[in-house]
Design a protein around this ligand. Structure first.
Ligand code: GLC
Length: 534
């Protein structure tokens, strides 16, 4: 595990700890549960697991409301359990990163309890207070379905406090040097335990300034650079992954000159993969890739299709959002804030061809892909559950009662209907050589073997058909032509002369002789290795 640039060609996997595997029969998933399933993750082929927040928390935002930065919530286990998980993962060649929630705490955090008690309380300045709710009017509200203002009046404090998310999550005051230092201590604490890095939650919002949208401010970048240089100096090889739901030109500064984040999620690409699939044309993906500026050589995008939040439609136009809602969330219960609270398989009508095609795009476009737990087997969601809990249901391990997730009654209702555990589960898919799991496993293995996918180069190939995505990935001698038919019809493409050769079809291991024309079956995809140095 010596390579400091391991993240550049890694496959990531996001785990909701509470939902993954219960090891002690209390109905909730825990750290030991993940450790028990490390073999499974190794078989799948992932390089790094991101675990959602494990801090003690009142769980009003599933742990993103931190009540103690230096502990593990008892429901998930102990610090020793975390060390055990890291050890188990490392011995299987897998790294573990966790959430670093810098921007806010829970209102039950002792700092906030102290801060609200009176104006001269020692922690008062840890938060952002005001006598009016009229400041920072240009800042948008993120959770539009639940919050009507970023200010909430606190009776005890006699002032309003600032919060970008739920009112139960007061923002920390990064203008206070003590807060800045404290959060470096938090990072140090977990790095000393052995964590391999952080997914930095809600990175754009650390500072507030009048007359701005209070996102992406220079002060915020300056602090994040400080965090990076601290890690660079003391913990080389550990990474920072940025959650900034922004347009590519606004995310770009989070990479700095290679001196801020190692990685950042590519938010605008994600909805455009779904758009392209539904419209049956490559335009949206080409457009967003054109908008994506180059990043410093040691940085990497993290690409995704789904995660624990709603499928966010913040990075699309209003018209596109309406269209996405109409196409992918016809039932109003599927909509949440500015997004869609559904999982991958139900979004794509559980159509195996489209699920595979979406994954194929994810694995072949530039960036390091992340899989949301359960999407590798095509798990469903549960719309009866509140807010984003509908996509955070227990992992479906087998067909025994409670899906093999727990021996007792689970903390929440499971998925019902066609995509419930009796039909969709790990054990059955491991047994079936043709399962979705095995297809994804194969894609991951091929990705790992081919340097082309970890590089930054990607060139569109003109094939005279906008229904087919055609691009070449190249890194040194490794050159792969990727063709994806985004429609439900057979499509033919004109193969440019320089590619009319014998190629190796990586997914079938057969040699394909490319002529002037090629026909692609509906929703089919080809990864073709071109002769060396093409
Ligand atoms: C991030 C998380 C989300 C959380 C929010 C507030 O967007 O992904 O789950 O609610 O931050 O911490």
């Amino acid at each position: 595990m010596k390579d400091d640039f391991w993240y550049k060609n890694a496959v990531f996997y996001e785990v909701a700890v509470r939902a993954f595997k219960d090891s002690n029969g209390d109905g909730r998933g825990d750290l030991r549960g993940i450790a028990e399933k490390i073999d499974y993750l190794q078989i799948l082929g992932v390089d790094c697991v991101w675990i959602m927040p494990i801090y003690p928390s009142p769980l009003k935002d599933d742990g993103y409301d931190v009540a103690d930065y230096y502990g593990v919530d008892r429901a998930y286990g102990s610090l020793d359990d975390l060390k055990g998980l890291i050890e188990a993962a490392h011995s299987h060649g897998i790294r573990i990163i966790m959430d670093l929630v810098l921007n806010h705490t829970s209102d039950e955090h002792p700092w906030f309890q102290s801060a609200r008690s009176n104006r001269s309380a020692p922690y008062r300045d840890y938060y952002v207070w005001s006598d009016t709710d009229q400041k920072y009017k240009d800042a948008r509200i993120v959770f539009v379905d639940t919050e009507s203002s970023n200010w909430t009046w606190d009776e005890q404090a006699g002032q309003y406090y600032w919060h970008r998310f739920y009112s139960s999550q007061p923002d920390l005051n990064f203008d206070n040097p003590k807060v800045q230092d404290e959060m470096l201590n938090v990072a140090r604490f977990w790095l000393d335990i052995g964590i391999d890095g952080f997914r930095v939650d809600a990175a754009p919002y650390l500072f507030e300034r009048e007359g701005t949208i209070c996102e992406n401010l220079p002060e915020t970048h300056a602090y994040l650079k400080r965090l990076r240089s601290f890690i660079h100096e003391h913990y080389p090889g550990r990474i920072l992954l940025c959650e900034a739901n922004q347009w590519p030109e606004d995310v770009r500064p989070y990479f700095g000159d290679g001196d801020e984040f190692h990685m950042a999620f590519h938010f605008p690409l994600m909805p455009r993969i779904f758009m392209a699939l539904r419209r049956g044309e490559v335009g949206p993906i080409r457009w967003v890739m054109q908008q994506t500026p180059p990043i410093p050589p040691d940085c990497q995008w993290c690409t995704f299709l789904r995660n624990h939040d709603e499928l966010t439609l913040e990075m699309v136009t209003e018209e596109e959002r309406e269209w996405m809602w109409k196409e992918y969330a016809p039932d109003l219960r599927m909509r949440l804030n500015l997004g869609i609270r559904r999982r991958l398989a139900p979004l794509l009508d559980n159509d195996r061809r489209r699920i595979e095609l979406a994954k194929s795009l994810l694995f072949t476009l530039p960036g390091a892909p992340i899989i949301y737990y359960g999407d590798e087997i095509g798990m469903g969601d549960n719309l009866d559950l509140f807010d984003r809990n509908g996509v955070r249901t227990p992992m479906q391990w087998d067909s025994s009662p409670n899906a093999g997730f727990t021996t007792e009654s689970p903390y929440t209702e499971l998925v019902k209907g066609d995509l419930a555990f009796r039909n969709v589960n790990v054990t059955a898919q491991l047994r079936d050589p043709h399962s979705l799991f095995h297809t994804i496993q194969k894609m991951i293995a091929l990705r790992r073997r081919h340097a082309a996918f970890g590089g930054s180069s990607m060139e569109w190939v003109e094939i005279g058909n906008p229904t087919v995505a055609a691009f070449v990935r190249k890194n040194g001698d490794d050159v792969v032509l990727v063709l994806s038919n985004l429609s439900h019809d057979v499509q033919s493409v004109v193969v440019p002369p320089q590619y009319r050769e014998d190629c190796l079809d990586l997914l079938s291991s057969c040699v394909v002789s490319l002529g002037a024309e090629l026909e692609l079956r509906p929703y089919s995809y080809l990864w073709l290795q071109l002769p060396n140095g093409e």
